[in-house]
Design a protein around this ligand. Structure first.
Ligand code: Q0Z
Length: 345
């Protein structure tokens, strides 16, 4: 029995029609190597010739990059609620998310290295603002969740057992309460594509390196604490977030994927925060409220979103960008815009 082939080519089982529908015309040139519900990852090639690495199959098995390889990570305007993607895009959502990731990568460099290479050079014009050039990494097979507040699956686990991810918590916590200190609650993708909570010991086994996993946990908590303190001063609570790390060709730990975006984090407006109930999502609450009231049974296919809900949701994403970064969203668009020379010499 041969091991699954780890390839940087689009999977053969993906119908061409699907690939074509997911690729913006120009990007059809680039090999699509991973796609999620709302974003795509393309291979850009090698920055410099290096020894191609076979990659360790004990590790992720998603993408095994050549040493020095570059990827293009593209955030779409698609939005999902209740695990289903709506057919209606939220204009500029992808740009807001890529702008926020880039902001946090720059802002947290002192905590841990990250995979961001460029938001401009090497980004095809049609995905400017939404696309980030990143270093290809060997991703660790663990999702690094940090929680500063008790909500979602953490709240469910706490109610059932008094602990989350093997970490005992004080008695008497209410839903959405702030935790005495942030906790690291790793997870792993199960077959169904849903996250499966694991404890730290299991994460060490999966990564096959306890010291590395200890560093991953410590960096994750530091990243969360730094970001949560920053957003709290700007009226936004960072309840929890998920990081993904990888190793570069030198074996150094590098923060990858998206970072501290509303899609990988729970952001709550600080105004109106009250423990004892679930909190409204900063970005998606309009869509959730409308979807719940619409009578949709929350099973795919998700319904089209009305114009006023799209507009309100877009405004929330832009507001999140501006509150968190402290700059007008227009600045990000300008920084990533291609300046077309008009008869320039
Ligand atoms: C990220 C994902 C996305 C679908 C693999 N720097 C990296 N090197 C190697 N692999 C990855 C990264 Cl970020 C990697 N994902 C998650 C992102 C679309 C899946 F944009 N998977």
């Amino acid at each position: 029995m041969s091991a699954p082939r780890l390839s940087a080519r689009p999977p053969e089982h993906l119908p061409n029609a699907l690939v074509a529908s997911k690729c913006v015309t120009k990007l059809a040139d680039l090999p699509l190597i991973a796609s999620g519900k709302v974003r795509e990852m393309y291979e850009l090639g090698r920055a410099a010739e290096g020894t191609p690495e076979a990659g360790s199959e004990a590790l992720r098995g998603r993408i095994v990059p050549a040493a020095g390889g570059r990827l293009l990570m593209v955030a779409s305007d698609r939005i999902s609620t209740y695990d289903a993607v709506h057919p209606t895009p939220i204009p500029d959502k992808g740009k807001v998310l890529s702008g926020l990731s880039a902001f946090w990568f720059v802002k947290t460099q002192h905590i841990v290295a990250n995979h961001l290479v460029s938001a401009t050079a090497g980004v095809p014009e049609e995905v400017r603002g939404r696309g980030l050039v990143v270093r290809a990494l060997r991703m660790l097979p663990v999702e690094c969740v940090v929680r500063g507040y008790i909500t979602g699956s953490g709240w469910k686990d706490y109610q059932a057992s008094g602990s989350v991810s093997g970490i005992g918590l004080p008695e008497g916590l209410r839903e959405s309460d702030r935790l005495p200190q942030p906790i690291f609650t790793p997870s792993t993708k199960s077959q169904e594509g849903h996250d499966e909570a694991i404890d730290f010991e299991r994460a060490c086994e999966l990564v096959d390196d306890g010291a590395l996993m200890g560093a991953v946990r410590d960096r994750s908590i530091e990243l969360y604490s730094f970001a949560a303190a920053h957003t709290r001063e700007r009226g936004v609570i960072l309840a929890d977030t998920k990081f993904e790390f990888g190793l570069d060709e030198r074996g150094e730990l590098v923060l990858g994927d998206e970072a501290l975006t509303p899609d990988s984090s729970r952001y709550w407006p600080a105004a109106g925060y009250a423990p004892g109930r679930s909190q409204p999502s900063f970005d998606k609450q309009f869509v959730r409220d409308w979807a719940s009231a619409s009578g949709w049974d929350k099973r795919p296919p998700a319904p089209a979103i009305p114009d006023e809900v799209v507009a309100g949701t877009r405004a929330r994403y832009v507001e999140a960008y501006e509150l968190i970064t402290g700059e007008p969203f227009e600045e990000w668009l300008t920084r990533t815009d291609v300046v077309h020379a008009q008869g320039a010499a």
